[in-house]
Design a protein around this ligand. Structure first.
Ligand SMILES: *Cc1c(COP(=O)(O)O)cnc(C)c1O
Length: 481
């Protein structure tokens, strides 16, 4: 968004859109929230949306659509095979990415499944800046391993570095030199999801792909969060500031053999797909689409969503559109940082991230401090965030707990959804919780699924801390808040 200047007032981020359709929100009294949290097994994924005031779980499939996206849905062409909607979508993607071959899939993780089946053999390694939960689960399901080479600063919560999602080029070169025959592909995630939505620079992607090509390694871009990353490249990477967002997208696309995305984020609708540069490589994956997703001209997506997404792709590189979430996140992160709350800095894309390991030092990692903070945040304000820490990890092959490098509570900012007063409410409640942090206790599993346990697992508090926390909250704000 071109920054709007104020006359008397300090500048604040502005919404470059107006509200046309609304959804009423419901703020349950705190006592009811304690009950709902218990019923949900202390897992915010298990809460019902109607019991939530601010749903900041994710940016996936919950971004606001534009009038143009909604009107495009009316022209959706329903056909099992050969839908005109598919050809329109394909044409738009080719225009933006200049990659000829496209495989549709129902969402981002479906692309990860297809790529893993095609490329990963037992004990193969996928080298990456950092993993994403579902990307890793599909790789390890087939006996593969991941090697994460994000720069050291990427895993520190406080930093001034503009691109904390960068891959360590020296370690990449060394790793490929020694293990090239065992590497399935290089996966670059732009921007990172699990370590604070931190972006990766164009320069770093370029060098990483150059090294991979030297060793004949296939390069894959996870473009699910690319819209945020393009914004950060434009505002933080000096050599790129005069490029248009469209030019930046093309320069990035030119580096990779394969690009996949979640259309629930990139494109602001619901779906996904894989773009492939090489015809033979495309054919080597083609038959997996009808087997797992749907016919090759819809891949499990609704044609209405595909039409919306086709418009959404253009909005994903509209600077006014893609500026809003990062600017709201920056505003939130900077205010909370001033209050002393340990935030991941600088603010990235996707959401504001609280360092739960730092904030809740009294809770050992084995008792899931970030998961506990997520529960506390729901109780203290009806705000639903997502744990991004040890709970979101899988256990090691020997069954031992794999402690995450970071314990984060993510408060996502779905694009074009919240107003600044709602952001202020969140800031206020996080500050209150920070001032009462010693009241938060740990969690333990009651039911622990083997894979992706954070989605469906059930937990319980290690003491009656949720009730005590709610009592303190009621004392401050009254029973009806
Ligand atoms: C969300 C996400 C995915 C998975 O996409 P879904 O559509 O939710 O399956 C993959 N990679 C990244 C970086 C993501 O943020």
């Amino acid at each position: 968004m071109p920054e709007i200047k104020f006359y008397k007032h300090e500048n604040i981020p502005m919404e470059m859109h107006k509200v046309k359709i609304v959804q009423k929100l419901n703020l349950l009294p705190v006592k009811d929230r304690v009950k709902k949290m218990d019923e949900a097994g202390y897992n915010t994924f298990q809460l019902h949306n109607g019991d939530i005031f601010m749903d900041m779980l994710t940016d996936s499939g919950v971004n606001a659509m534009s009038d143009n996206m909604q009107s495009a849905m009316l022209r959706a062409d329903d056909a099992y095979a050969g839908s005109e909607t598919f050809y329109r979508m394909n044409k738009k993607l080719t225009e933006l990415f200049e990659m000829k071959w496209f495989l549709p899939a129902h969402q981002g993780r479906a692309c990860e499944n297809i790529l893993a089946i095609r490329f990963v053999k037992p004990d193969n390694v996928v080298v990456m800046n950092y993993h994403f939960t579902t990307a890793k689960a599909h790789i390890t399901r087939l006996g593969g391993l991941v090697e994460e080479l994000v720069i050291e600063d990427g895993l520190k919560s406080k930093s001034d570095l503009p691109f904390k999602g960068n891959i360590d080029l020296i370690r990449l070169e060394n790793y490929l030199k020694e293990n090239k025959d065992n590497v399935a592909f290089l996966r670059i995630e732009a921007g990172t999801n699990l370590i604070g939505g931190q972006p990766i620079s164009y320069e770093n992607m370029k060098e990483a792909c150059k090294i991979a090509k030297q060793y004949n390694i296939t390069t894959v871009l996870d473009a699910s969060l690319l819209q945020d990353n393009i914004y950060f490249i434009k505002v933080r990477e000096n050599s790129m500031k005069d490029k248009t967002t469209k030019e930046i997208l093309r320069m990035i696309a030119d580096l990779f053999d394969i690009i996949y995305f979640s259309g629930r984020k990139f494109g602001f609708a619901r779906g996904g797909g894989i773009l492939v540069r090489d015809e033979e490589m495309f054919h080597s994956m083609e038959d997996l689409i009808p087997m797992f997703e749907g016919f090759l001209t819809y891949g499990g997506m609704s044609v209405k969503e595909m039409e919306a997404m086709t418009v959404g792709f253009d909005e994903s590189i509209d600077f006014d559109v893609i500026s809003q979430a990062p600017q709201f996140i920056k505003y939130t992160v900077e205010k909370l940082d001033k209050y002393g709350v340990p935030m991941i800095t600088p603010g990235g894309g996707l959401g504001a991230h609280i360092d739960a390991k730092e904030m809740l030092k009294h809770i050992p990692q084995e008792e899931y401090p970030a998961g506990a903070l997520a529960c506390a945040m729901y109780i203290c304000g009806g705000i639903r965030g997502m744990e991004r820490g040890t709970l979101s990890e899988e256990r090691n092959r020997d069954g031992s707990e794999r402690l995450a490098s970071m314990e984060l509570l993510r408060l996502a900012f779905p694009r074009r959804v919240f107003t600044l007063s709602q952001a202020e409410y969140v800031i206020d409640r996080v500050k209150w919780l920070y001032d009462h942090k010693e009241l938060v206790g740990g969690l333990r599993f009651v039911h622990e699924p083997e894979t992706l346990r954070f989605f469906t697992g059930r937990l319980e508090p290690t003491s009656n801390w949720p009730e005590k926390l709610a009592e303190a909250y009621m004392k401050e704000f009254g029973e009806d808040q």
